[in-house]
Design a protein around this ligand. Structure first.
Ligand code: 3SL
Length: 238
C-alpha cells in the first residue's frame, strides 16, 4: 500500500486517479462534514460555485434541505448555515441534505471526485478513516490537503501526517514523509499547532477559539464521510 500527500488541490495530479482519495480540511470543512453526518444529516453535497449550489438545492424538497456557505471564514448572506461545526447539531441537520460550499475544502473534494473511493478526513474522525483503510487496503491512496487559496496549510498537513502515522505503509512522495514528521513533532500539542497556523490566526480573529479546540480533538465522532455519487458524501460503512 502506498500513500501520497498533496498540499493543495492545485498540486494534485489531474490524471491517473488513485484507488482511494481523501480530502482534508481540518479548519474546518472536513471537520464540519464529519460532524454533520455524525449528527444524522442524510448527506452533504459539495459545490465550489454558489450559483450551482442554489440551482441544485432548489430541486430538493425544501423541508429536507439546508444551504451552507462560507467565504473568508464567515457565513455568506442568505444561507442557512456557515462552517462552524457547532452549528451542525442533530436538531438542525437530522435527515437533511446539506448543500455546502466553502473557500477551500469543497474545492479539494471536487478535485478528487473522479476517484473510485473518496473520503473526507479530520482529526475528529481519525480512527474511522484509519479503520476503513486498514480493513480495505486500497493499493494507492492520495491525501489531498485543502490549503488556503492555493497555498500550504499546517493543520491539513498535520492531519495527513496523523493518517500516515497510523498506517505502516510505503510513502509515495516526500510530502507524505514530511507530513508524518510534522504530526509526530506536534501530536501532543495539536491545538497549539493549529493556533500558530495562519488559518488558525484568521479564525481566532473571527471568534473561532472553540472551533479550533474542537477541530484539534481526536476521535470525537465515529463516522466515515464517503462519496456516494459525484460530490455527495454520506456516512459510509467503516
Ligand atoms: O476553506 C475552507 O474550506 C473553510 O473550511 C475555511 S473556514 O474554516 O470556514 O474559514
Amino acid at each position: 500500500m502506498k500513500l501520497f500527500v498533496y498540499h493543495t488541490p492545485e498540486l494534485t495530479p489531474k490524471v491517473g486517479f488513485p484507488d482511494c482519495a481523501i480530502a482534508v480540511d481540518i479548519l474546518r470543512a472536513t471537520t464540519t462534514i464529519s460532524t454533520a453526518l455524525a449528527a444524522g444529516a442524510e448527506a452533504v453535497q459539495v459545490f465550489s460555485d454558489l450559483d450551482q449550489l442554489a440551482k441544485t438545492s432548489a430541486l430538493h424538497p425544501e423541508a429536507l434541505r439546508l444551504k451552507s456557505a462560507e467565504r473568508g471564514g464567515t457565513t455568506v448572506d442568505g444561507f442557512d448555515l456557515g462552517n462552524s461545526p457547532f452549528e451542525y447539531t442533530p436538531e438542525m441537520v437530522k435527515g437533511k441534505r446539506i448543500f455546502m460550499s466553502t473557500t477551500n475544502g469543497t474545492r479539494a473534494l471536487q478535485c478528487i471526485q473522479s476517484a473510485p473511493i473518496v473520503l473526507a478526513a479530520a482529526m475528529i474522525n481519525l480512527s474511522s478513516v484509519l479503520a476503513y483503510l486498514q480493513k480495505n487496503q486500497p493499493p494507492v491512496v492520495w491525501i489531498v490537503a485543502s490549503g488556503w487559496q492555493g497555498s500550504y496549510s499546517l493543520e491539513d498537513t498535520a492531519c495527513a501526517g496523523a493518517i500516515a502515522a497510523g498506517l505502516d505503509w510505503e510513502f509515495g512522495n516526500d510530502e507524505a514523509i514530511s507530513a508524518k514528521c510534522l504530526y509526530q513533532q506536534w501530536s501532543d500539542r495539536l491545538e497549539d499547532l493549529f493556533r500558530h497556523a495562519t488559518h488558525g490566526q484568521r479564525l481566532l480573529k473571527l471568534g473561532g477559539d472553540l472551533d479550533i479546540a474542537y477541530c484539534a480533538s481526536i476521535d470525537k465522532v465515529k463516522v466515515l464521510p464517503k462519496q456516494i455519487s459525484a460530490g455527495v458524501l454520506a456516512a459510509g460503512i467503516i
